[in-house]
Write a protein of this length. Sequence first.
Length: 404
Amino acid sequence: MNSTQNKKWISIEDLDNYKEAAVPEIRTAMETAVDQVVRNLPEFTDRFPGPNSFDNFYRPGDNVEWTTGFWTGEIWLAYENARTEEEKEALRKAGEIQVDSFMKRIVDRIDVDHHDMGFLYSLSCVAAYKLTGMEKAKEAALLAADNLVSRFQPKGEFLQAWGEMGAPDNYRFIIDCLLNLPLLYWAYEETGVDKYRDIAEKHIHTALANVIREDDSTWHTFFMNPETGEPDHGATCQGYRDGSAWARGQAWGVYGTAVGYRYTKREEYIGYFKRVTTYFLKHLPEDLCPFWDLEFGDGDEQPRDSSSAVIAACGMLEMSKYMEKADSEYYTSVALKLLKQMIDKYSVKDPKKSNGLLLMGTYSKKSPYNTCTEAGVDECVIWGDYFYMEALYRVLDPEWKSYW
């Protein structure tokens, strides 16, 4: 940095001063990540890591909550990057055991009364079906897609995130759901049944029409009027306050607009992507790892959220495939700069210090103005580990067939 002034955030121009991660160091980082996943298989094959670590170590638990699919996604990414046939076979078997668990979960309706079917089933069962042709994985993922469709609210045309269907205090969607929609597009491609695609497109249209603010920051949650279906108001659950930009939510917007464009090819989504990404980049601190809410920057005594950086990097690498050359090169370069910082400063390099992959994530940070329960602050978070691996693999194999 060539400025002597204290800055709350860097400027966009400052990004020119950062180095990109090079392919050899990305390959080394992927090998380290695969080794860690393989090392964790004895503890996390029949059981699952929770959403966040405790003192940087995940604990085994049941297949519940919205996050277990990320771990299975790590197993499949490791499978694709295994260095020996023995390692690959062990990972395949572990992934298939977890598919059995996901089938049981959807059939027995264990903690599935919410919208997070994509996070759970795209990375576990869709990935398994794409990679191995496992029919049980396809069947489980289609059941999950049907469950997601059941959350659709015709008044307002959106997928209700949480709570009793139609309840006025939960008649809302959240920005995270943009990453659940690929499950519906995949179901449409597999079955030819229009409802999957139609509901996905209605939801993304409603979401992007309402969730992006005039200043290009994003709402975490947005309420619709249950009587008229008209937009009502935005609010936060996990951000610092209603009017701030929750870092992970903004990152979901970066990636969500990219996958939205991939499936719809609607040109305005490129514009949405540029808006939310520019806001994200304008609110990065000096080491490029966002604070948990983008209201905070260098000088604030607040925790980071490394997961936001790698989610956004994946979104930039995805959208760069569909852009004109100059834009494609720019966003690829920025993603590589974020990855360089994550590899150098935030990745786990010693398994004695953590059984995760990426340090200093934040699941949920309590504030005087939000409604969340505090959990996983300055810890590994399982989606951060997954998106870190995905970002690495996107660079190593630009033709990678996404699980999303």
